[in-house]
Design a binder for this molecule. Structure first.
Ligand code: R5P
Length: 283
């Protein structure tokens, strides 16, 4: 079977490291705001890994669906979406009466237009596995090996701190002492953090690890409770509004993986994504 990678607004730092023949798209926007996608190159009978970047998903999702349908129209055999950051995983239940569960609706939309999904550490909390909401085959790439190596190489005597219960799934595999804090979220930018076991990390170097940095308030509130500014590692650095400079003012350093392109990218996830692609091709 022949495979190609198609870049649809994917992080250039990732696409350059994925060693597969590449095709690209031309996107034309008409004066009325509607768009037209053109595939450059032949995709007939090929399996496509479509790399995208779903940070700020609403602005991109319609064109992404159009790209998938255009590839299918041109004869692509299958289309596997590579979305290193998978959005809409946090509204995974109905928190208040009348709310929609967008994690499910987004999963349904992607499952309707793609034949598979590769992503990096999706926010699994009340949804325990992607297969609970995605009806297509999925593969999860973990950032833990890169984070673990980075901490070994750069931090002596670390204590990994996870700001909330769901962070335990990421930090417990890092092979370092860790502690998990309690979080009460009261609003989009209003969170309360409680430290239950302070004595566990006296005299150690705090390294705060979270999967998503969005408004930054989870980590800002955590930093305020620490004696010394920590090193912060986020898997997906969204940094809404001015979250990055504000967070930097509370921390020794803020680093992220390159699932979302940002100046804080320090941990390269490309080899792990390439491995996931190779495993997928062996199926
Ligand atoms: C949710 O629990 C996630 O793991 C993150 O802690 C959360 O998304 C961070 O959001 P923010 O930066 O807006 O506090």
């Amino acid at each position: 079977m022949s495979y190609v990678i198609a870049n649809f607004f994917g992080n250039p730092a990732l696409i350059g490291s994925l060693s597969l023949p590449a095709i690209s798209f031309q996107l034309h926007t008409f004066p009325d705001g509607e768009s037209l996608i053109r595939v450059e190159g032949s995709v007939k009978n090929k399996s496509i890994f479509l790399l995208t970047n779903l940070w700020h998903p609403n602005a991109k999702i319609l064109d992404l669906v159009f790209a998938a349908e255009t590839l299918r129209e041109q004869g692509a055999r299958s289309i596997i979406l590579i979305a290193p950051y998978l959005p809409y995983m946090r509204q995974d239940t109905q928190f208040n009466a009348g709310e929609g569960i967008t994690a499910r609706y987004f999963a349904k939309l992607i499952s309707n237009h793609f034949d598979g999904l590769i992503t990096v550490d999706p926010h699994l909390h009340r949804v325990h596995q992607l297969s609970e909401i995605y009806s297509i085959p999925t593969k999860v790439v973990h950032a833990a090996p890169s984070i673990s190596q980075w901490v070994k190489d750069h931090i002596s005597n670390p204590i990994i701190i996870g700001p909330d219960s769901e962070s335990e799934q990421w930090i417990k595999t890092l092979g370092q002492p860790y502690t998990v804090l309690h979080k009460n979220r009261k609003g989009d930018t209003n969170v309360e953090i409680i430290i239950p076991e302070k004595d566990k990390w006296e005299n150690k170097t705090p390294v705060l690890v979270d999967d998503i940095i969005s408004s930054g308030h989870t980590l800002i509130e955590t930093c305020k409770l620490l004696k010394d500014p920590p090193v912060i590692i986020g898997i997906h650095g969204i940094f809404a509004n001015n979250a990055y400079p504000v967070l930097l003012s509370f921390a020794k350093a803020v680093y992220t993986t390159n699932t979302i392109q940002h100046e804080s990218n320090q941990l390269d996830i490309a080899p792990s994504i390439m491995q996931a692609i190779e495993d997928w091709m062996k199926k």
